[in-house]
Design a protein around this ligand. Structure first.
Ligand code: CA
Length: 227
């Protein structure tokens, strides 16, 4: 139901913000508008939104940084607004965990359509783990069974696999995994992720030799096959 969906618009140009507010309100969404990165972060930490529309160039920072910070505590869908082609490359690379992007100038109708597509996709039944999943996650006990076998995992292997199981088919970049799993990625490197994926794969092979459920997406990251 769109009536209950609340969308945060982070955009410092009033004319663009007004257009977005108008088109989204007309489509039945509730909107809130802020013009600064810091204000947006405070609102996102304190309030439940269904989606964020995020301008890349903001007076007190850029949308990429906000998205990175946001991804530490939220899976909320993010649509970037971008004015430059070179920004698109970064967004498309999924390095910052965006769901979609819209280039300026944009048609208001297109924005409403994209928002609708993403929210419908999220609203669709998507139980985790997916039905028929060979994974059985017990978060409380910190245990994961795979094909009926209890896995003997280190803390980071467990956290990695748990994240994948909770988001079947979603591609996580190394940077996203570092930020989400290692929290303080200051002293770890990209290969830390690769090393843990490697040991995790080896343990999954011990449980089911003919399966390789963790997929490598060249240049993008890793995902877990849902069945
Ligand atoms: Ca701007």
């Amino acid at each position: 139901m769109t009536a209950s969906k609340r969308i945060l618009i982070v955009e410092d140009e009033p004319a663009i913000a007004d257009t977005l507010i108008y088109v989204l309100n007309s489509s039945g969404y509730r909107t809130e508008h802020v013009g600064l990165l810091q204000t947006a972060l405070v609102r996102l930490q304190s309030t439940e939104f269904s989606l964020v529309i995020l301008d890349v160039g903001l007076p007190d920072g850029n949308g990429f940084d906000l998205c990175r910070q946001l991804r530490r505590f939220s899976d909320i869908p993010v649509i970037f607004l971008t004015a430059h082609g070179d920004e698109i490359d970064r967004i498309v690379g999924l390095e910052i965990g965006a769901d979609d992007y819209i280039t300026k100038p944009f048609s208001p109708r297109e924005v409403a359509t994209r928002v609708g597509v993403i929210l419908r996709r999220l609203g669709a039944p998507n139980p985790t783990p997916a039905p028929n999943s060979p994974f059985d996650l017990d978060s409380q006990a910190g245990r994961i069974r795979y094909c009926g076998q209890l896995l003997d995992l280190t803390r980071y292997e467990f956290l990695l696999l748990k994240l994948f199981i909770e988001h079947p088919e979603r591609i996580f970049s190394r940077e996203q995994l570092l930020e989400r799993i290692w929290q303080d990625p200051g002293d770890v490197f990209d290969r830390t992720v690769d090393t843990h994926i490697k040991t995790l794969r080896a343990k999954l092979r011990l449980a089911a030799a003919d399966q390789d459920p963790i997929r490598t997406h060249r240049g993008l990251g890793y995902s877990l096959q849902s069945r």
